[in-house]
Write a protein that binds this ligand. Structure first.
Ligand code: NAD
Length: 244
């Protein structure tokens, strides 16, 4: 995939899948904007710059629309435009529904769904103005299959399907594509939090017999961000080793 001349904003890019997406898009030639709440993001910036790409990094919380709008304004002033947005930031706060606290419900909705609204809302006008753009949302297999203990999380990941398909219909005529990648179980801090027996149960459901690697997701994102995917919009690309 050749992404030379493109600028990509990736949320939650301080570690895990987001970091791997940032490095993959940089390897493919894109300049990179990293947005995360963790200070780790500065280390990722050094890695991107080592690949010879321009990079900006922001300590940004996707739930704070004021910070996000200011960030997008700065990016446009400094790099000219945003061609690719990857809405990757996401959290889990698992609990069985009977025990789930309203705060656990609200916090996960706020980051995983309202966060996608905030960042997409901030970039959509500049994308419409330039009559091009690619928005890629990171959903999850559990948004399709459901998962005990994740009523909050899986609701947000299903909601991203409706978001992706509806926005794709609204902005297609403006040259903007909107797609989602739905990862299966990927080896990151998020899944390392699962205990051994939970991981064993998951492995038994994966025909390819292994957890995914963050690069499996980054490769799918790079494809959807590329010219080769220019006739694909409103679609969900499942990357889950066959488990769903
Ligand atoms: P992770 O926890 O390793 O990384 C998530 C990153 O998002 C962290 O750097 C964190 O600081 C950042 N973040 C959290 N809240 C934020 C906020 N409010 N504003 C900005 N940044 C914030 O998780 P991961 O496994 O790399 O997951 C990345 C995405 O992929 C998430 O949307 C997750 O739901 C999705 N996903 C992961 C898996 C998996 O198996 N790991 C499976 C399906 C989907």
């Amino acid at each position: 995939m050749n992404l030379e001349g493109q600028t990509a904003l990736i949320t939650g890019s301080g570690r895990g899948i987001g970091k791997t997406i940032a490095l993959k898009l940089a390897e493919s030639g894109a300049d990179i904007v990293l947005a995360d709440m963790t200070p780790e993001v500065t280390k990722v910036r050094t890695e991107v710059e080592t690949l010879g790409r321009k990079c900006l990094n922001f300590k940004a919380d996707v739930t704070d629309i004021g910070t996000i709008e200011a960030m997008v304004k700065t990016i446009i002033e400094e790099l000219g435009s945003i061609h690719i947005l990857v809405n990757n930031a996401g959290i889990t706060q698992d609990n069985l529904f009977m025990r789930m606290k309203p705060e656990q419900w609200s916090k996960v909705i706020d980051v995983n769904l309202n966060g996608v609204f905030n960042v997409s809302k901030a970039v959509i006008r500049p994308m419409v103005k330039q009559r091009s753009g690619k928005i890629i949302n990171i959903s999850s297999v559990v948004g399709f299959s459901g998962n005990p203990g994740q009523v909050n999380y899986s609701s947000t990941k299903s909601a991203l399907v409706g978001f992706t398909k509806s926005l794709a219909r609204e902005v297609g005529a403006r040259g903007i594509t909107v797609n989602a990648v739905a990862p299966g179980f990927i080896d990151t801090a998020m899944t390392q939090a699962l205990n051994e027996s939970q991981q064993e149960v998951i492995l038994q459901q994966i025909p390819l017999g292994r957890m995914g690697d963050p690069t499996d997701i980054a490769n799918a994102v790079a494809f959807l961000a590329s010219e080769e995917a220019s006739y694909i919009t409103g679609t969900i690309l499942h990357v889950n080793g066959g488990m769903y």
